[in-house]
Structure formats: structure tokens, C-alpha cells
Design a protein around this ligand. Structure first.
Ligand SMILES: *Cc1c(COP(=O)(O)O)cnc(C)c1O
Length: 453
């Protein structure tokens, strides 16, 4: 046993510890103990960086634009019919998207934000209602609750950066109407306990899938698990038309309400096509209709969705395997690691100080690295903390509950802690084997040097 250990150490030393680690990457060999013996000089301390030019991934969708999207767009141009119509690109995209994820209905809209607003209208969220959302989330989730006249109530996130199911019941009152489960940075929420709480208290669940298009929880696509789901096709999402969004649901009443809200409240031609005359009366609404150019690009992008997701997952899996043996390693939790998109790999570095040190050192190695991103710690944002609205008599904060509620850092200490101690690397769907090996190399090199220190 001892002999073998010595031999392996000699082998590693002759190869260069990090070279050996990447050569053996994916084999699951436990190398941590040996590598920790001889850390390499970090680039940040004057050593040679793993890569001379920076490795990161831009937006995924446009990397996959090709003649498929071109043809779809040309069809619309040549038809001289860019407005939503029965049998057009938007209607086809809605059918194909719904079929792809296994939802009964999908509605194409102008953005993720307007999809959320339509979902609020579908759920009949209004003055006097409260909606629970995670303290780490995109602004739109907070904004549409306020724009509906309702009161946002923040729950903490857990080590998945998604809403902590264990913190939801603390936030429930007799006025609570819905819970927003946002699947953030590619990571599906743990939906079972969330659904159980919702059933127990008769609450609706809205899934915000804007950062997790193509993600799954226990084999089901996100956006099909709660009462209603939304997605965004803005540039930074899994697939993109620059801007765009969708509402998904299996509930015909929620569908009709969302559809009416997004199309001037009326039962238009496109609506007749999908659900007949409808069963509800119209109500004050908006226009968030998707145009045919957007629908065309999204039809093309939908064909790439699984290619992008499986490439991300495969690359993330290789990185996780390549660092699995690191001593004391703690990765970001996931509601379902198999369904997780793997767009980032986050390490829990224990403290914000060590996290920042880790990120600086990884970047010096030529690998893009960041803390959690794409969302904000909403309660600490000025306009949230100050409950600023477009009119002083806005109903959200005029009620006794609205006046009493306190935002600011005090309402989400655990969220601030969780986000501060995690640092991660970006995974690209077009990373080569060498790129993936370099990511592993950089993490190992920096982590082991810091573990020594
Ligand atoms: C991007 C995003 C939205 C809003 O989508 P837009 O298309 O930018 O309006 C909503 N929620 C989350 C979690 C997002 O990341």
C-alpha cells in the first residue's frame, strides 16, 4: 500500500501534478491527497497560467444560429406577414414548445417579464394578496407582484441558490396567494416539498424558468410542474431571439386568462384557433403579443435546445468528475443534478473572503470565474428597500401589512451568506475537451493551493 503510494507520488511529480490530474480526469481516481503535497505556483503569484487567453462562454443561443433560423426568418419576410396569425410562426412555436416540454398550453409573449405579468393576471393576484418569492431573484419577479398591486414577501434561498422550501411556511399568511419557484442559474428547485406546502395551504405555484429553459426535475421539464410557468428568450437565456418569453400551463382557465391579458383582453382569431370562444369575460389587459420574426427564430432555436442542454450537462459532468476528489470539496446543491443544466459549477469556499481569493486566482489562470449572477439580492436593492412605486397611493404598500413589512439586508441574512461564499466557473456548450480539461486544471491548482494555505 505504502509502496504504491510512493510510486504514484513519483509518477505525479515527474508528470507534473496538474498534468497528471488532467490526464486522469474523469477516471475518478482519488488524487487529492497526492496533489495537495505539491501545489503548483499560481498565476496570481507569478506562475504560468493554465491558459494564455481567457476562457468563458458568451450567450449560448447565437452560437447555434445557422440556416435553420435563416430560413424561418426568410419565410416571414417573404410572406410580408409579420403579425401573429393562425398557423403562423408564433402559433407553431407555441404548439412545438408546449409539446416539447410536455405542457398543454404555451403562449408566446414579448419577454420573460411580460410572461410573469401575464401569469400574475392568470392567477388573479391583486391588492391585498401576498406572493412569496426568493430573496435572490431577478427584478421582474418582484416588479410584477408590485405592478399587480400585491405585496412581495421574501423567503431565503438555500445552498442551491433557489428558494429554501424549509423557509416558505414562515412567510405564509391568510393573504398568501402564490409561491414563485425560480429555477436559477440552471438549477431546478426542489419542487416536491414546495408543491406539498402549496397543496397544504391551497397556494398556487408559479415556476420562473427564465434561467433554466430545458431543465428538468425528476424527469419532468420545469415549467410543467407547478400551476403555471414562464420562460424568457432574452439574449442571456438558454435559447434566444434577443427578447421574447412564454407562459406555459396545463390549466385551461389559467391559459385563457393569461392569453386574454397578453392580447387586449379580447378573444381574437389566434385565440379562437387554440381554445375556441373561451369561457371567461374579458378584463382590463395589455398587448404582449409575440411577432412572427421572434416566433420564427424561436422555432429554429427550439430545435437546438436539447443539443445545448446536453452539451452543457456533459461538460459540467466532466468538470465535476475531474474535481470530485478534492479534499473537503463542497459543491452547490441542486434540486436534481440530472436535470440541472450545469451552466456553472459553484464551489462553497466557506467565507466571502476565501471565495473572492479563489475567484481572483482562477481568473489569473485564464478561466472566467464569478460569484452567483443573473439575479439580485432584491431586499437590499434601493428601490425595493424603499418600497418605491410609480404612485404614492400604490396599493402594495398602503395596506397595514404593506406598511409593516421591512425589506433590506435584515430580511435575508442567510441568502447573503450563501451567495457570498460560493464562487464558480462558467461552462460553455461549445467547450472542447481541452477547454474542459483547462477548467479542471485551474480549479484543482487554485483549490489545492488554497487548501494548503
Ligand atoms: C431574465 C429573467 C426574467 C425576465 O426575463 P426578460 O425576458 O429579461 O424580461 C425573469 N426571471 C428571471 C429569473 C430571469 O433570469
Amino acid at each position: 500500500m505504502n509502496d504504491r503510494k510512493t510510486n504514484r507520488r513519483e509518477f505525479l511529480e515527474t508528470m507534473g501534478a496538474v498534468g497528471a490530474a488532467s490526464a486522469l480526469m474523469g477516471s475518478g481516481t482519488a488524487l487529492g491527497g497526492f496533489l495537495a503535497d505539491k501545489p503548483e505556483r499560481l498565476a496570481i503569484d507569478g506562475g504560468t497560467p493554465v491558459r494564455s487567453s481567457g476562457l468563458g462562454s458568451g450567450s449560448y443561443g447565437p452560437l447555434f444560429y445557422d440556416e435553420v433560423e435563416e430560413q424561418e426568418l426568410l419565410d416571414v419576410l417573404r410572406s410580408k406577414s409579420p403579425f401573429r396569425r393562425p398557423g403562423g410562426k408564433v402559433a407553431l412555436f407555441e404548439q412545438e414548445y408546449a409539446a416539447h416540454i410536455g405542457a398543454k398550453y404555451a403562449i408566446g409573449v414579448t419577454s420573460g417579464t411580460t410572461a410573469l405579468y401575464a401569469a400574475m393576471a392568470a392567477l388573479e393576484v391583486g391588492p391585498g394578496d401576498e406572493v412569496i418569492l426568493p430573496a435572490w431573484n431577478w427584478y421582474a419577479d418582484y416588479d410584477v407582484i408590485v405592478l399587480s398591486g400585491a405585496l412581495p414577501v421574501f423567503a431565503e434561498v438555500d445552498d442551491s441558490f433557489d428558494i429554501d422550501p424549509g423557509d416558505i411556511e414562515r412567510c405564509i399568511t391568510p393573504r398568501t396567494k402564490a409561491i414563485i419557484a425560480a429555477h436559477l442559474e440552471g438549477c431546478p428547485c426542489d419542487m416536491d416539498p414546495i408543491l406539498e406546502i402549496a397543496r397544504k395551504h391551497k397556494l398556487r405555484v408559479l415556476e420562473d424558468c427564465a434561467q433554466c429553459c430545458g431543465g428538468k426535475y425528476k424527469g419532468k421539464y420545469v415549467g410543467t410542474i407547478g400551476d403555471i410557468g414562464i420562460n424568457s428568450f432574452q439574449l442571456s437565456k438558454t435559447i434566444t431571439s434577443g427578447e421574447g418569453g412564454a407562459v406555459t400551463t396545463n390549466d385551461p382557465v389559467l391559459y385563457e386568462r393569461a392569453f386574454r391579458f397578453h392580447d387586449v383582453g379580447v378573444v381574437g382569431r389566434s385565440f379562437n384557433e387554440s381554445i375556441g370562444g373561451g369561457v371567461l369575460a374579458g378584463f382590463a389587459s395589455c398587448n404582449f403579443r409575440m411577432n412572427e420574426f421572434t416566433g420564427a427564430v424561436l422555432r429554429g432555436q427550439l430545435k437546438k435546445l436539447e443539443i445545448i442542454c446536453s452539451a452543457l450537462r456533459a461538460n459540467a459532468k466532466k468538470v465535476r468528475a475531474g474535481i470530485a476528489d478534492l479534499p473537503g470539496l463542497k459543491l452547490r446543491k441542486s434540486g436534481d443534478i440530472e436535470g440541472d443544466l450545469g451552466m456553472r459549477i459553484f464551489l462553497d469556499m466557506g467565507t466571502r473572503e476565501r471565495r473572492d481569493q479563489f475567484l481572483r486566482a482562477i481568473r489569473a489562470e485564464g478561466i472566467s470565474a464569478n460569484g452567483p449572477g443573473g439575479s439580485a439580492i432584491l431586499p437590499t436593492d434601493g428601490r425595493v428597500a424603499n418600497k418605491a412605486t410609480i404612485h404614492p397611493d400604490w396599493p402594495s404598500f398602503r395596506s397595514p401589512q404593506g406598511q409593516a413589512i421591512q425589506y433590506g439586508a435584515e430580511c435575508c441574512p442567510r441568502t447573503i451568506d450563501v451567495l457570498g461564499r460560493h464562487g464558480g466557473v462558467t461552462i460553455g456548450p461549445k467547450y472542447t475537451e481541452e477547454d474542459v480539461a483547462d477548467v479542471v486544471k485551474a480549479i484543482r491548482k487554485v483549490y489545492l493551493a488554497m487548501h494548503k494555505a
